[in-house]
Design a protein around this ligand. Structure first.
Ligand code: AMX
Length: 431
């Protein structure tokens, strides 16, 4: 049995007891009241989910199992010669709540490489997707096809006992995560490089993704490790995590549950915002006639976007009320590796100009930069300019968080999710 599975198996009974005790002691405490406005308003601020892997503070940002982004950067094992945490280390942390040793992190690298092969008939199906199909649709379809190998679906059909659901959920999650670099890069190479697919070099997960996209440099490998670490998890209420959890709560298998998360991520208010930001920047550059651009012209363009009933992508958040530390962390990477890049300078300039404009509009709760304001410019710097591919990278990373959570959902026996809804008629007559 793999090191990680052994550790998870040891932790499950402890955690089950802990949850039992918490429910016995605090089960009738009130987390929050829900107003009619919240029911109409996308459930903002409604505290009604338990997610173990991470917690988001509106001012401080995300903590993965209690560790902030800088703490993770300091404590999590890295690749030889690298400064960024290995995504493998982060996954171990998300699954166990413990910082892995270097050997434990590397055991995951080895295991994911060993599980990474995609059956040839599935590769052929992926190769048959038209290049005009959005890469996110290709990803959803590819994972849907991979589902034929689901061990959870087979075990359920064979009548497995519910106390063992987590085991095949874990195995499916590991298999799916292991295969994602092959799948995601195949979609990229098919769509933009005439199907010239690059075989995995068998390095760590982030480095494999970089290499299979076509980037062999140390810097891009570091960027991919950072990118995969940063986008992995953002507590349970965001649309991709919530969708995976909701669909998973029906005992749909991990492949199908994750496609729900991927489709949620494909919306422009969520993960597709990274594509939208890059497009928006490129339109700005075209319309103002190139870089550098004056603050006055840029301010005018921001107002034009707002006045035409569109959002400024990369800014605002449903929970965060200050700059997203995932933005800040990417900014630090840019300052270290590409301080003179003209688009990076534009991102910095926007970071000065957009927040005061957005916060001058009373209805907007936060004008701060979110994770998507930065990522596209980092990728573009290294030549990955195909913006409609960016959300596939986000989704690849997001698998780490939502599948770790799904494994714990099953280990803790969380039930079918089914909140109550009302009609406007009911609210008028009964409130
Ligand atoms: N530009 C213009 N208007 C904005 C805005 C922005 N960046 N952010 C919020 N608003 C508007 C909303 O559209 C809403 O308008 P409405 O009442 O007319 O519908 C109003 O301000 C109130 O919104 P809010 O309570 O401040 O935010 P929210 O929780 O409803 O929405 C989010 C959060 C992220 C969808 C929103 O800030 C947004 O659309 N931002 C731009 C898109 C984006 O960057 N998304 C990525 C988020 C991070 C991620 O999930 N990857």
């Amino acid at each position: 049995m793999s090191l990680l599975r052994k550790r998870v198996e040891e932790l499950i009974p402890e955690k089950q007891e802990e949850v039992k005790a918490v429910r016995a002691e605090k089960g009738d405490k009130v987390l929050c009241e829900v107003t009619v406005d919240q029911a109409y308003g996308g459930m903002r601020g409604v505290k009604s989910l338990v997610t173990e892997t991470s917690l988001l503070d509106p001012h401080e940002g995300i903590r993965f199992r209690g560790l902030s982004i800088p703490e993770c950067q300091e404590q999590l094992p890295k690749a030889a010669g690298g400064d960024e945490p290995l995504p493998e280390s982060l996954f171990w942390l998300l699954m166990t709540g413990e910082v892995p040793t270097q050997a434990e992190a590397e055991s995951l690298t080895e295991e994911w490489n060993a599980r990474s092969e995609v059956p040839e008939h599935i590769n052929k199906i992926i190769d048959s997707f038209p290049k005009t199909l959005h890469p996110m649709s290709q990803l959803v379809a590819a994972i849907g096809v991979l589902q034929e190998g689901s061990l959870f679906a087979k075990a359920y059909a064979d009548g497995v006992h519910k106390s063992k659901y987590w085991e095949t959920t874990y195995e499916d999650s590991m298999n799916l995560i292991a295969k994602l670099p092959n799948i995601s890069s195949r979609i990229y190479r098919n769509t933009y490089h005439n199907g010239d697919v690059i075989a995995s070099p068998g390095e760590d997960w982030g480095a494999n993704i970089a290499a299979q996209l076509g980037y062999d440099s140390h810097e891009v490998k570091e960027l991919m490790r950072l990118y995969m670490f940063l986008h992995s998890d953002h507590e349970g209420g965001n649309a991709s995590a919530h969708a995976t959890h909701l669909v998973g709560s029906t005992l749909s298998d991990p492949y199908l549950s994750f496609t729900a998360g991927v489709t949620a991520l494909a919306g422009p208010l969520h993960g597709l915002a990274n594509q939208e930001v890059l497009r928006w920047l490129n339109v700005v550059i075209d319309e103002v006639g190139g870089l550098p651009v004056s603050d006055e012209k840029l301010t005018e363009y921001i107002w034009d976007t707002l006045n035409s009933g569109r959002v400024v992508p990369g800014y605002g958040h449903a929970v965060l009320r200050t700059d997203d530390p995932r933005y800040t962390c990417q900014q630090q990477f840019a300052l270290k590796h590409m301080p003179e890049d003209p688009k990076f300078k534009l991102v910095k300039q926007l970071h000065e100009l957009v927040p005061p404009i957005l916060t001058s509009i009373p209805k907007i709760k936060s004008g701060a930069a979110n994770v998507d304001a930065h990522s596209g410019v980092l990728l573009t710097h290294y030549g990955l300019t195909e913006d409609n591919y960016y959300t596939v990278l986000f989704a690849t990373s997001r698998a780490l968080g939502v599948l770790a959570s799904l494994t714990w959902d099953r280990a803790l026996g969380l039930p079918l999710e089914r909140p109550k809804s009302y009609t406007t008629e009911w609210i008028k007559n009964n409130m």
